[in-house]
Write a protein that binds this ligand. Structure first.
Ligand SMILES: [Zn+2]
Length: 286
């Protein structure tokens, strides 16, 4: 019996793996036809008291309400506040479609994320985990401190026209103030253990903040393979500041449908439409 059961087990495991891939690609296909999030159902997402998605130094004192649909949607961002002009006038905006990639020898990404993020916030646009000092990444000998990470569903960047089901944006800052965002694409499949821990404290209302008491190993949100797409773009939210070093990991992680729904029930719209690449080249490095 044992001799029969072992191959059966292997076949069963292969089928499960294949099913995951199937689910992932099917979800991508259905989402690809809906590239413009502002054309989806209107958002009941509560307005943010104040945008805190990114470092305070990028926030204008006259912060304006903005959103993902209707009169506060991405097409109107530049009209909401003069400080948001780049959202319309910029030539190096994000997100973009990742295609026509050129291989390059970019520096490896070395991650040193510490456990124990201090709090998890609902900022009216997304769920954001603010990090204590001490977590950083090093790329091409440059050190970037991890400030916070947050989520979007589906992923803002697309790969050959297809979005992933969700994405995590790890927002870093170098000493000279330059921002670098490391993006981890999430495909619907198996439950994500770390996101499961985070979601236990997910703040439901805009402005809510909860302490994350348990130690959560943030580094486990990243795949072990670190090949990545790189280009220079912008914040994907107002004020759409440019000069952001984008690194999108090629390998993906998983999230369950239920975990994704927990997020989209709170934030049905969290995606800026794809922006023109203009003359920018996207590199693929290891
Ligand atoms: Zn983001």
């Amino acid at each position: 019996m044992r001799q029969i059961s072992r191959p059966l087990l292997i076949i069963t495991l292969s089928l499960i793996a294949a099913a995951c891939t199937q689910i992932g690609s099917r979800t991508q296909d259905s989402a690809a036809g809906d590239a413009h999030p502002d054309s989806r159902a209107s958002s009941p997402a509560p307005a943010a008291r104040q945008s805190k998605s990114y470092p305070a130094r990028h926030n204008n004192p006259q912060n304006s309400h903005w959103g993902y649909t209707g009169s506060e949607g991405p097409e109107e961002w530049a009209n909401l506040n003069p400080a948001y002009q780049l959202c319309e006038k910029g030539h190096a905006q994000s997100p973009v479609d990742i295609s026509g990639v050129e291989k390059a020898s970019l520096g490896r990404i070395r991650i040193n994320y510490k456990s124990g993020p201090s709090n998890i916030v609902n900022n009216g646009h997304t769920v954001q985990v603010n990090m204590r000092k001490g977590s950083y990444m090093i790329v091409a000998r440059k050190k970037y401190r991890l400030l916070q990470f947050h989520f979007h569903a589906p992923s803002e960047h697309t790969v050959n026209g297809k979005p992933a089901d969700m994405v995590i944006h790890f927002v870093h800052q170098a000493r000279n103030g330059k921002l670098a965002v490391l993006a981890v694409l999430l495909e619907s499949c198996n439950e994500n253990n770390i996101i499961g821990k985070l979601w236990r404290s997910i703040p439901l209302q805009a402005g809510d903040k909860k302490r994350l008491s348990r130690k959560i190993n943030i580094a486990k949100l990243l795949p072990t393979r670190r090949a990545y797409y790189q280009y220079t773009g912008s914040l994907t939210t107002p004020p759409c500041t440019e000069g952001v070093n984008w690194m999108i990991l090629k390998s993906t992680m998983t999230i369950s449908d239920a975990q994704k729904k927990t997020f989209t029930d709170i934030f049905p719209n969290s995606v800026r439409p794809i922006q023109p690449k203009n003359d920018r080249v996207i590199k693929l490095g290891k």
